[in-house]
Write a protein of this length. Structure first.
Length: 566
């Protein structure tokens, strides 16, 4: 084992790495049983390699953690929101992926002795997560779900197949970062209703898609892969990286992790506490949609600007446009004309735009927050006018004694396009029959259009807690444990119909669901477990030649395991 004094001989300029070395020099922490197998020990072993490199006169880049907090990391998002509302982080935290450099300098510069007692563990969890993904990484994983096509809340991981095996190779230093993530996928045959035999029978996917195989049956995908370069507060990235816009906890209406991410070239800027005037973040991307889309190789442009106004307000504005396809009108000049003429040239642009506002404060010494978002099915760029708007309203409150954040969120996506066209409007488009979707999944609202939802949820994040269950089984206590729970009343596809597209497997049912859903994420130094379980009572309306009316209870289970061996 390397002694603490050997670490002092190493001079590194990177502040994050230096802070980790200083943290390790503490005798109390060095001998702490919680850190025997922690990433800090791994960092100390890696520091020996660094010393050898420097002594040999080799010039090497300073290893750094993964550059951002991913959009599906609900535990980190929970902790970030706590610190931001407490005034310990002075940047907007309503857009993901969120660059670590927007928050780490504030966490490292803070004196935890002066923080309230319930905030110190939150800070430590974020620092620990930041330090756990340094330099070269190699991870493998397995996942499975009983019904990946079921409507899922935003809590917990996303599921796009029945089962999958995953290999992940990643590297980050102060200038470049990259990751190769290969996922091999398996699917279950769907079970549509057979009106002639009056029952449900499995039907092979190949038979359903033989005429037009545009659904999501790719057996090998590179979702999560990227390469990125950094300059100051700016990043340039190419890859398929999941995003989330806005303060919503259950289902964002503009951009969420509901659909598989499309490969995109992205330019982004992270906010900083010392930004002139106001801390602000920005992102803009050009994505290439699938060759199997209804308009093959159509483009998807997105941008978002968010800021923190004082200590209580966070605001954001987002704009998205689908254009081109089939090798036509997909150049930069076409993008410029389509964007600033607002779809008036040929009517081939699918605009979606919106805003979100969040306020937080104390009411009778209780931390509360209210947020509102509006997402429009169309946008007149010249007039800056939103048309046909879907609204979402949410309420949050945090109970520090329980380390729990509660939220109540309501959304209504039932808008009419005109007097002649009612329902089946939001996210749809005539020239792009897929609408605002990829492989049938909405880029925004996970419950899609013509739905009304009301969800009560809770998010918890713990660390350094003795779990009798693990102790009894002789399993090491996890470093962190994140729990998300929700109970939702969901009215889905209220009118029972949807826009007909040639490649659809089946219509979405008109149904009411009373759903309970819970997700857990347990993290150890070398591996991670994620699980999601839900139980729903479904009241489904009849649709002629599709399915009969019936009531039933459905249970769903998903499990994901990741192992880091480098």
């Amino acid at each position: 084992m390397i002694q603490p004094h050997s670490l002092q001989a190493i001079s590194l300029t990177d502040s994050a790495f230096t802070n980790r070395l200083e943290l390790t020099n503490s005798p109390e922490l060095v001998n702490s049983p919680e850190l025997v197998n922690s990433p800090v020990r791994t960092t100390r072993r890696c520091s020996t390699l660094w010393a050898l490199c420097f002594s040999a006169g080799l010039a090497a880049p300073t290893l750094q953690a993964q550059w951002w907090i991913s959009a599906d990391d609900m535990g980190a998002r929970h902790d970030l929101r706590i610190l931001a509302d407490a005034g310990m982080i002075a940047v907007p935290v309503n857009s993901f992926p969120l660059d670590w450099q927007a928050v780490i300098p504030q966490l490292q510069a803070a004196d935890p002795q002066q923080w309230p007692s319930h905030l110190a563990p939150v800070r430590q969890r974020l620092l620990q997560k930041y330090q756990a993904h340094t330099g070269l990484q190699v991870r493998v994983g397995l996942s499975g779900h009983t019904d990946a096509d079921a409507p899922h809340a935003a809590i917990g991981p996303r599921w796009f197949e029945q089962s999958a095996q995953q290999l992940q190779l990643g590297y980050s230093d102060q200038y470049v970062s990259g990751q190769l993530q290969v996922r091999q996928r398996q699917f279950a045959d769907p079970v549509p209703y057979n009106a002639q035999s009056n029952n449900y029978q499995p039907q092979p996917i190949a038979q359903l898609t033989s005429s037009n195989a545009r659904w999501d049956e790719q057996s090998t995908v590179l979702d999560g892969s990227f390469v990125a370069a950094r300059w100051s507060q700016w990043q340039l990235r190419y890859g398929a990286v999941a995003e989330h816009y806005g303060p919503a906890w259950d289902g964002a209406t503009m951009v969420s992790t509901n659909a598989r991410p499309a490969p995109a070239m992205t330019l982004s800027r992270h906010a900083a506490a010392d930004d002139a005037w106001l801390p602000w973040s920005f992102t803009m991307s050009f994505a290439d949609l699938s060759q199997r889309a209804s308009r093959p190789d159509a483009k998807l442009w997105r941008t978002r600007l968010s800021s923190r106004l004082g200590s209580a307000w966070e605001v954001g504005g987002s704009w998205s446009m689908q254009y081109g396809g089939s090798g036509e009108n997909d150049g930069l000049a076409d993008w410029y004309r389509a964007l600033f003429n607002g779809g008036t040239v040929r009517g081939e642009e699918n605009m979606v735009a919106g805003y979100d506002v969040r306020w937080h404060g104390d009411i009778q010494q209780q931390a509360v927050a209210v947020y509102l978002s509006g997402t429009a099915d169309d946008f007149k760029g010249r007039e800056l006018k939103l048309l046909k708007v879907v609204y979402q309203l949410g309420l949050e409150w945090y109970v520090p004694q329980w380390q729990t954040r509660f939220f109540l969120e309501g959304t209504d996506s039932t808008i009419d396009c005109s007097d002649d066209t009612q329902m089946n409007c939001m996210y749809e488009h005539g020239y792009h029959p897929d609408g605002y979707r990829r492989f049938g999944r909405n880029f925004g609202f996970s419950y899609d259009n013509d739905s009304r939802t009301l969800v009560l949820g809770a998010s918890q994040q713990f660390s350094d807690i003795e779990y009798p269950m693990f102790t009894a089984m002789g399993i090491a206590v996890p470093q962190t444990a994140s729990w998300q729970h929700s109970v939702g009343w969901l009215q889905l596809n209220i009118d029972g119909s949807q826009k007909e597209v040639s490649y659809q497997r089946w219509l979405r049912a008109a149904e009411q669901r009373l759903r309970w859903q819970s997700a857990v994420q347990l993290t150890w130094p070398q591996h991670e477990w994620q699980a999601q379980v839900s139980l729903s009572h479904v009241d489904r309306q009849a649709l002629v030649n599709r399915w009969p009316a019936r009531q039933f209870v459905v249970a769903e289970l998903g499990v994901r395991w990741l192992w880091r061996f480098w």
